[in-house]
Design a protein around this ligand. Sequence first.
Ligand SMILES: Cc1cc2nc3c(=O)[nH]c(=O)nc-3n(C[C@H](O)[C@H](O)[C@H](O)COP(=O)(O)OP(=O)(O)OC[C@H]3O[C@@H](n4cnc5c(N)ncnc54)[C@H](O)[C@@H]3O)c2cc1C
Length: 337
Amino acid sequence: MQVLDQASEPATGASGLPVGLLAPHVSADDCTLSRLSRSGVRLTLHQARSLLRQGQDWDATGTLQRQVDGPTNLPDIWHKEAAWLKPTQLVRAWLAQPGITFQGGARVSALRQIGDQWELLDALGHVLARADRVVLANANGAMPLLETLQTTLPALGIRANQLPAMHGVRGQLSWAMHQGPPDAAFPPFPVNGAGSVIPVVPFEGGAAWFVGSSFQPDSRPPSPDEKNHAANLGRLHKLIPALGQVLAKQFAAGPLNTWKNTRCVTADRLPMVGPLYQADQPSLWICASMGSRGLSFSVLCAELLAARWGAEPLPVDAGLAHALKALRGVAAATENI
Ligand SMILES: Cc1cc2nc3c(=O)[nH]c(=O)nc-3n(C[C@H](O)[C@H](O)[C@H](O)COP(=O)(O)OP(=O)(O)OC[C@H]3O[C@@H](n4cnc5c(N)ncnc54)[C@H](O)[C@@H]3O)c2cc1C
């Protein structure tokens, strides 16, 4: 069962990321994030091929990564295994699979354990759902829920500092419909490197372009939309100067469409997936902190979770899987968890 505070099935597209980029992370030392992202991209692409309509819900266009932010002019990188994808369509396809119940419009305010069962409570203390096993897959909402546990269930020994520090990073996409055929300055595939451009996506009966995304810590007051649009245009000028010039008029004329949300990020930029306390059969798990790469990491994390529950082979090597464990915070390290 999935319990979510969104009023309707998230797949209606009303509030989810309208379209995102699915591309591997690259680093000179091929760090953990890079290796995990390659595995994750492969798994998500497989889901897209199996469940979605190519050209409508996603497209395996490949992506050009421009190295415009580095100290020197490094060559661009072509990612063949990359795509744009509408996450709400993928969620809709998953929810339509047998054995899944979706309960929307349900904000969980607290968790309580009664015997072997967990109860999910609303703000009035009414039970929204009961389950043997709970996975906190609610991004920045996970910590507040865990804090409700601190007071009611110290017996499990869960402490926030056993988890890596998490913080929110606000982001905003700028987008608009193409009026007629796309301008020749649009590239034929997505480009990323300093922000990103997804040039042509079937949308609302026509085609749309998307330019993103701003970054701003949620510890500061939110910036006005206009400032975020200007930041997106600034990055576009570096990424594809000719397109920046073409779209500058549209940015100036405004208003552009906006989509914004807050990313959930750990200090090491890796998701966390695993049990929240040590036991033979832990019943409280987390799968969160996908950062800016939910499309690359969510399927991989779900596969890891399922493999651990079912004692099946892990989808990545044990060292990489270990890097994602939830109990990797300061206290966990000193206590050798
Ligand atoms: C502007 C922007 C652009 C992005 N572009 C890309 C991209 O191109 N490619 C990419 O891979 N990623 C991108 N991302 C990141 C991506 O959106 C996230 O990685 C992804 O959404 C994380 O998924 P999630 O399900 O873990 O968390 P979320 O999508 O944040 O979902 C968490 C859900 O839990 C619900 N919730 C929270 N607390 C509770 C509660 N107590 N009870 C019930 N429900 C609750 C929330 O309402 C929300 O619906 C972008 C993010 C932003 C902001």
